[in-house]
Ligand binder design. Structure first.
Ligand SMILES: Nc1ncnc2c1ncn2[C@@H]1O[C@H](COP(=O)(O)OP(=O)(O)OP(=O)(O)O)[C@@H](O)[C@H]1O
Ligand SMILES: Cc1cn([C@H]2C[C@H](O)[C@@H](COP(=O)(O)O)O2)c(=O)[nH]c1=O
Length: 212
């Protein structure tokens, strides 16, 4: 059986990744694809427990390297339990955030260096990298405004970082996109939900078509 397709969605807070992910999952299933929709950190019980520790607002003492290692540990377990088995069954995996979040947030915004974070993550993921990554670009102020307007979303420890931190996250994503150009698709997430969804879907359709 052919290996499946690993698709990740990335971007700053409030860019619309989670909303688009659900729409893409439903649209691809409707077209007959077998799809797994999942997220990081989390997606399976052990990784969801690690998520609780990382994002808990009370954990203000968390050291940046501890944070980076916890994200990598959650990623390892999620990959082994959920992503790799689905890919081996030929499924499409749609994942809300993956290694690029660690590179942008911990590598650049926390100042731990993108190459260092890539190195600890290669231990976690071995050679399993996304086939295609949709990057939803938005001004941090705009994304944070969207989150604040969403009463159903709980504010987490990372949301409470300064606006300068969130600006560095966006800058980090730009560096990461330049480094791994071949797998990135840039989408302007400030457009309407309908337009953003159509562009995201079209990118995946084109990718699947090219892959054959
Ligand atoms: N294109 C859009 N235009 C206006 N509002 C949007 C758009 N996309 C998403 N939203 C709204 O913005 C809020 C944040 O969206 P969503 O949770 O999907 O973002 P996210 O990128 O997953 O955020 P985070 O990574 O911080 O969890 C939601 O209330 C959602 O309905
Ligand atoms: C995978 C990953 C995530 N983060 C940050 C990004 C967000 O602030 C939170 C996750 O919350 P979301 O509502 O699910 O987007 O965690 C990170 O800093 N590093 C990572 O590797």
């Amino acid at each position: 059986m052919n290996r499946g397709v690993f698709i990740t969605l990335e971007g700053p807070e409030g860019a619309g990744k989670t909303t688009i992910l659900q729409l893409l999952g439903a649209a691809l299933e409707k077209e007959g694809h077998r799809v797994v929709v999942t997220r990081e950190p989390g997606g399976i019980p052990i990784a969801e427990q690690i998520r609780e520790v990382i994002l808990n607002k009370e954990n203000t003492a968390m050291d940046s390297r501890t944070e980076a290692l916890l994200y990598a540990a959650a990623r390892r377990q999620h990959l082994v339990e959920r992503i790799i088995p689905a890919l081996e069954q030929g499924m499409i995996v749609l994942c809300d955030r993956f290694i690029d979040s660690s590179l942008a947030y911990q590598g650049h915004a926390r100042g731990l260096e993108i190459e260092e974070i890539y190195s600890i993550n290669t231990f976690a993921i071995a050679d399993v990298m996304p086939d295609i990554t949709l990057y939803f670009d938005i001004e941090p102020e705009e994304g944070l405004k969207r989150i604040q307007a969403n009463n159903h979303r709980e504010v987490n420890r990372l949301d409470l970082e300064t606006i300068d931190f969130h600006k560095k996250v966006r800058e980090g994503y730009q560096l990461v996109m330049n480094r791994w150009k071949e797998r990135f698709v840039l989408i302007d997430a400030s457009q309407s939900l309908e337009v953003v969804f159509e562009q995201a879907k079209q990118s995946i359709v084109e990718f699947l078509h090219k892959k054959g």
